[in-house]
Design a protein around this ligand. Sequence first.
Ligand code: 5AD
Ligand code: SF4
Length: 457
Amino acid sequence: MSFEQQKTFFIETFGCQMNLHDSEKVAGSLVSQGYRQVLSAEDADLIFYNTCSIRDKAEQKVFSRLANFKRLSKMGKKFAVIGCVAQQEGERIFERAPHVSLVAGSASYRNLPEMLVQIERGERATGLDDRNTEETFETEFTARTNPHRGYITIIEGCDKFCAYCVVPYTRGRERSRTSESVLEEARRIVDSGLTEIQLLGQNVNSYCDPLGRRSFAELLAEVGHLAGVRRVRFTTSHPRHFTREIVEAIDTVPTLCDHVHLPIQSGSSRVLDAMAREYTREQYMERISWIRAAKHRTISLTTDIIVGFPGETQEEFELTMSLLEEAQFDAVFSFKYSPRPNTPALVMENAISEEEKTRRLAVLNDRQREIQRVNYARHVGQVVEAMVEGYQTAREQVTGRTSQNKPLNFTVPVGVAAPAVGGYVQVRVVRSHPNSLVGEMCLAEEAEETPAAYSVI
Ligand code: 5AD
Ligand code: SF4
């Protein structure tokens, strides 16, 4: 088939890193079926939206995209809606947007080749009934789009059923891959030239090796020991399954990054119980004390918080505020509670008004910004390692990231070539903002003279 005759596809992704990586796998699968990826919907024969339904706003985006691009269906282009909105809305999507040909949830992606044949024949295809599967979506054909980080899904789905969350309904039950297949994929990633690996799962630390060979912490350490791996990250951890063994692995395996993302959701044990989170504030703080007690590393801690969960009183919100002071997070992803279909919280009493949720969110974000201003300022004067992620040509800066996952943008001395994307350099931090650091790249000799200081906070 000539280049011009080849069928083309475009894929737009909404939502979390799991979705971004699913899109890489879907794209790889399409390429292996003879399709070619293009960078705009206008240029594509087949348009994929990989959707997110975690909050209402995320969900609305796909319907506005479909409405905007309806005219393209008259030109013979086909539309596919995949991911969480697809799973949640199912065939109702065909009613709302009749120009859609394929609707599939993430548990069905391994059947994509068959579904593609169906839509090529002019039929509609659905993949909605596979959520009870034991199988994971393993494909050899991942089209990795991140130029410096290789994602590996180690566990799919979620069995936690937090009262506010759609994920267990959209992504189905938890299923882990064998640790052998994870290690094999990690080796392939390193062979392809990437040195940073991120292990992914909605609930990454409930990982349970189907062959019982390795615990999550052992797998983490073993990925970190692979030749050629420079940085290993993992997300998202659930406090209930967060063990001392994970801290021990980070503390002793130098390639494991100094960062843990551990969503708390609320500082009130009463609210945590209503959310069905399976831990108390005290148990969460105990895990933080393990993280802070690491002997060799200063591990940065970030979290997710929901404000305005049904029934959250002003006093309970203040407990979340006092938790911010105690925990001293380096980043907080904060959200107004958003009622989601099928979830138990949908019918809970004492809903908090939109206005009050907005107020609580602003109070929380204002305080957290100040905490971060202080935390980030502690880096000024330190020399830290940055991985190069790209360039901001207008500001003549290189964009990078520290092991603690902090953005570090830096200038390069006059006459020195800018380092390549994916490379590692030592950078002296000269300024800080509440969400990023600014620095100057060190020359090789200078970096050797200055002891690298990772210890902050
Ligand atoms: N409303 C608001 N935030 C939510 N999250 C998940 N579900 C909801 C919801 N219904 C947030 C949680 C989770 C993050 C990924 O999204 O904080 O950790
Ligand atoms: Fe949702 Fe809770 Fe599962 Fe996280 S652990 S994906 S918040 S149900």
